[in-house]
Design a protein around this ligand. Structure first.
Ligand code: UD1
Ligand code: CA
Length: 455
């Protein structure tokens, strides 16, 4: 067998033999929120979904999320993955125990992650798993870190090399243990063949009267099994306990996104003012001017130019489109190649055809617009009658004059022309002029006599 074949085989084998438990039962009181902590968004995606999406990259057999009671929104957000409820928050060891019935006959590796550490990366988790599968067959493999301030973390007390003796919590540590700088991230791989047995032996005899998952190494040692340690960059395991920490993580995440996009060929004059969502897709040779904000669900194709102060969410933008400055593109919008969306234009739930221009001060909502349409300055699709939303159809090559109001439902057929200032309530046929405004009249000398009276 070639080395490559062996690697592929090992990878697929180990993936099948991996299950992942994510601890997320904490309400996060310091967030001062009615939303469970892990439901708070980072780059428009809940913290828990960052962890789940990273976990999913390891292709585990099962992902089990431990949640608190009365967290229906959280249970919903993790679907289709399994959730188990931890009724009383008795510690990380207790949280682990709640998940184990769902892994009853599972003999592979059990990986434990936290729902509130969203920056963890798949390669780190793969390295943890790989170390766990090494020949010395550890019972537990711990992910360690050396944070700038170790206060509050469990300390990893090593035996020799990368082999651990024990984990000591801050509150249980003596002076020499507290002086250790190598800390526990709280992320582990645990041998599924022993986990049920070892977890059952966790007690709460410690300073906090909590069930500690960190007792597992010493419990497994009684079965003559060892615990290994690997290291990771502490920034990847920063947790969220407060809104200030959430903002810090958002900054780290945004900076990574900005750097990644620039590497992939996106130009930004002031990247620190451009905000991306976790799922933003941007092709190469796109230019993004300062102060642009991307909400969830945006894909921008090659060659587009997004001008300053634009706000874009839920939109698919084809090649070579210009947007902004000061444009607002709202969800369910598709914009065709070479289209131009100018300043103070809002578009919602609409499809804009190739080469169409909506250049200034317009609202386009619930609209199907063909190609090469010119939608004049100040134009509005009046889509809402206070009760329901209606559709506007504008076919290819239509010219909508300035300040026209199209009262939906309405259709403007191919190549038709709408006179400026018209209020259009009925269909306008192909090649016709639609004009609906008061006819202009002129009263000769009126102004002169009017002004004379005033004097
Ligand atoms: C834990 C570790 C500590 C490590 C630290 C890293 C233990 C005993 N200690 O500390 O060694 O340095 O993480 O951050 O494990 N959770 C539940 N149910 C519970 C308790 C916790 O789901 O009953 C979840 C929390 O929501 C959180 C995670 O587990 O996502 C960690 O809990 P937390 O209380 O922050 O851990 P510590 O005890 O501070
Ligand atoms: Ca903690």
């Amino acid at each position: 067998m070639t080395a490559r074949k062996l690697r592929v085989m090992l990878r697929t084998m180990s993936a099948k033999d991996l299950s992942i438990i994510i601890l997320a039962a904490g309400m996060g009181t310091r967030m001062q929120s009615s939303l469970p902590k892990v439901m708070h968004p980072l780059a428009h995606k809940p913290l828990i979904n960052h962890v789940i999406d990273t976990a999913a990259q390891l292709k585990p057999k099962k992902i089990i999320v431990v949640v608190g009671p009365d967290m229906p929104a959280l249970e919903n957000a993790v679907k289709p993955h399994t959730t188990v409820i931890q009724t009383n928050r008795l510690g990380t060891g207790d949280a682990l125990k709640q998940a184990l019935p769902a892994l009853k006959n599972f003999k592979g590796t059990v990986m434990v992650l936290y729902g509130d550490t969203p920056l963890i990366q798949a390669p780190t988790l793969k390295a943890l798993h790989k170390r766990h599968l090494a020949k010395d067959n550890p019972a537990v493999t711990v992910l360690g870190m050396t944070p700038p301030d170790p206060y509050g973390y469990g300390r990893l007390i090593l035996k020799s090399g990368d082999i651990l003796d024990r984990i000591v919590e801050q509150k249980d540590a003596n002076a020499s243990e507290a002086a250790v700088t190598l800390c526990n991230t709280g992320l582990y791989c645990i041998d599924g063949k022993g986990i049920q047995d070892w977890a059952a032996k966790i007690t709460n005899k410690n300073a906090q009267k909590e069930y500690y998952i960190t007792d597992l190494p010493q419990i497994a040692a009684k079965d003559k099994r060892l615990t290994a340690v690997i290291h990771c960059d502490y920034e990847q395991v920063l947790g969220v306990n407060t809104r200030a920490q959430l903002a810090e993580l958002e900054m780290i995440f945004q900076n990574e996104k900005r750097a990644t996009f620039m590497e992939k060929g996106v130009t930004m004059q002031d990247p620190s003012t451009v905000y991306f969502a976790a799922d933003t897709k941007i092709a190469s040779d796109v230019t993004i001017e300062p102060n642009v904000f991307f909400g969830a669900g945006v894909a921008i194709s090659k060659g587009c130019h997004i001008k300053a102060f634009s706000h874009i969410e839920g939109a698919n933008i084809a090649q070579n489109v210009t947007i902004g400055p000061f444009a607002r593109i709202r969800p369910d919008t598709q914009i065709g190649e070479n289209a131009k969306i100018g300043n103070f234009v809002e578009i919602k739930k609409s499809k804009i055809g190739k080469g169409s221009k909506i250049n200034h001060l317009a609202y386009v909502g619930d609209t199907q617009m063909g190609k090469d349409v010119n939608f004049g300055c100040g134009g509005i699709t009046a889509n809402y009658d206070g009760n329901k939303k209606s559709q506007t159809t504008i076919e290819d090559g239509v010219m909508i004059g300035s300040n026209a109001t199209l009262i939906a439902p309405v259709k403007i057929e191919k190549e038709a022309f709408i006179a400026a200032g018209s209020t259009i309530t009925k269909k306008v046929s192909k090649d016709a002029l639609g004009i609906a405004r008061a006819r202009q009249s002129e009263k000769k000398g009126w102004a002169k006599t009017h002004c004379a009276k005033k004097k």
